[in-house]
Design a protein. Structure first.
Length: 440
């Protein structure tokens, strides 16, 4: 029923609006709802319910139906609690309606945060019933979030986030970030940072007053729809994420080289249109839940031609109202405008020498202020959008899947049946890593 859908959606938005705490990031108030770019779908008039009342004979059944619908709607689920639901579905994979302590432990294990498992189990299951339902999960969600954030930050200790802008021919023009000169570009436009960890050994009250890029933005299950004023047109950027060790020169005046370690599926989610944004990084990090990375990643021991990375390809999908659409074209990462060691060398040059011009920023001073992070997850560049992806921006309750797959195992990429399973959070098939996120 159209009316039901619209109401459920506004309920979800009310819930998320109620939860939004007043935040101030980089001088922009985050608690003001977007003025003209409100992520609401057209409210539809509940015509069917009205019609039900026209005929006297149908009135009783219509009333009954509405009551039943109201009761069903009050049941907590994706519509009422999208954020909690996105994580619950990963726990309750068999859709039993409850989970056990063992399921919680396996969640912690997957998060490399075993030390939290016992506390989490005690909190969610104080009487030791070993039967945890979605309601108690919602009631204790703060603890779950804390565990997840602690697990992530452990993996991101002294690790910064960088991105390469314009590393797929044609993509920058599509994203509206291309300058005049980029049509015959042979190099990416520039690099940007989306996360710089706060200085780890400084104890001061200043810590409480985090700078814009010090907000840790990377999540797994959810993307927080931006609540910045004047922000609209949010797009997934399906990318190859590359974990590198950063090696500085002995005098720490510059970066000497990068050592590639792992690759993952990455969502460099971006706001295409943001009033007053002078720097690209403002459209990249809008606080918690503005980036995504797959939990699993492939190890790499080199970045040269003919090595493992040459067989990897990217693809992404979006699910809206139960329908799945391909969001970006299948793109072998070896087709990046710049790749292999020349890309790593170029990134090093940019880190050391990039100037504060136009929408770009100096990077090396940020690393120094961050006490020289020892590693970085670099978003290497996005795949090209399908016609659908280029014309459909994301809205709350949309879901996306970003897949990085080995073409030797999956010559044609994941089939539609496999993609549908990814949206159901079944583990990614052999030869692939996958990220599934819900917009809340
Ligand atoms: C969920 O579990 C809690 C605690 O065990 C219980 O009080 C509550 O009635 C359960 N809710 C449902 C809908 O089963």
């Amino acid at each position: 029923m159209p009316g039901v859908k619209a109401t459920a959606l506004s309920a979800a938005i009310l819930v998320s609006a109620a939860r939004a705490e007043p935040l101030k990031v980089g001088g922009i108030d985050l608690d003001t709802p977007p003025s003209h770019c409100a992520p609401l779908r057209d409210a539809e008039v509940p015509k069917a319910a009205t019609l039900g009342f026209v005929s006297g004979a149908m009135t009783a059944s219509a009333v009954y139906w509405i009551h039943r619908e109201q009761r069903r709607r009050r049941q907590p689920g994706k519509a009422t609690h999208p954020r909690e639901w996105a994580i619950w579905t990963r726990l309750d994979r068999k859709k039993k309606g409850y989970v056990t302590r063992k399921d919680l432990k396996s969640l912690c294990y997957r998060f490399e945060s075993d030390e939290h498992a016992e506390h989490l189990a005690k909190q969610l299951d104080p009487w030791g019933m070993d039967h945890i339902n979605f309601s108690s999960f919602i009631n204790n969600f703060k603890v779950v979030q804390m565990m997840r954030q602690a697990g992530r930050l452990k993996l991101w200790h002294r690790c910064c986030g960088l991105g390469v802008a314009g590393n797929v021919a044609g993509h920058m023009a599509q994203a509206g970030e291309a300058g005049q000169e980029s049509h015959s570009a042979t190099k990416p436009a520039a690099i940007f940072s989306y996360y710089m960890p706060p200085h780890p050994y400084q104890v001061s009250d200043q810590q409480a007053d985090k700078k814009r890029l010090q907000e840790f933005p990377v999540t797994y299950a959810v993307i927080d729809y931006p609540k910045l004023p004047g922000a609209c047109k949010v797009q997934v950027e399906p990318e190859l994420g590359l974990l590198v060790d950063i090696v500085y020169t002995k005098d720490r005046k510059r970066v000497d080289h990068l050592v590639p370690r792992r690759v993952a599926a990455f969502n460099d989610c971006s706001i295409r249109s943001l009033e007053g944004a002078e720097k690209l990084s403002m459209k990249k990090n809008w606080g918690f839940g503005s980036k995504g990375i797959s939990l699993r990643s492939f190890p790499v021991d080199g970045f040269g031609p003919g090595t493992f990375v040459d067989f990897l390809a990217l693809v992404s999908y979006m699910k809206r109202d139960g329908e799945v659409f391909q969001y970006s074209v299948k793109a072998p990462v070896r087709n990046y405008l710049l790749f292999h060691e020349p890309l790593l060398e170029w990134i090093v040059e940019q880190i050391n020498g990039q100037k504060d011009t136009d929408k770009w920023e100096e990077i090396f001073p940020q690393l120094a202020a961050s006490d020289f992070p020892t590693s970085s997850w670099i978003a290497l560049g996005a795949g090209e959008y399908t016609d659908y992806g280029a014309t459909h921006f994301l809205q709350p309750l949309d879901e996306v899947v970003v897949v990085v797959y080995d073409e030797r195992v999956m010559p044609d990429g994941p089939g539609m049946a496999q993609v549908l399973e990814m949206f159901e959070d079944t583990p990614a098939p052999a030869g692939s890593v996958m990220l599934h996120q819900t917009f809340v």
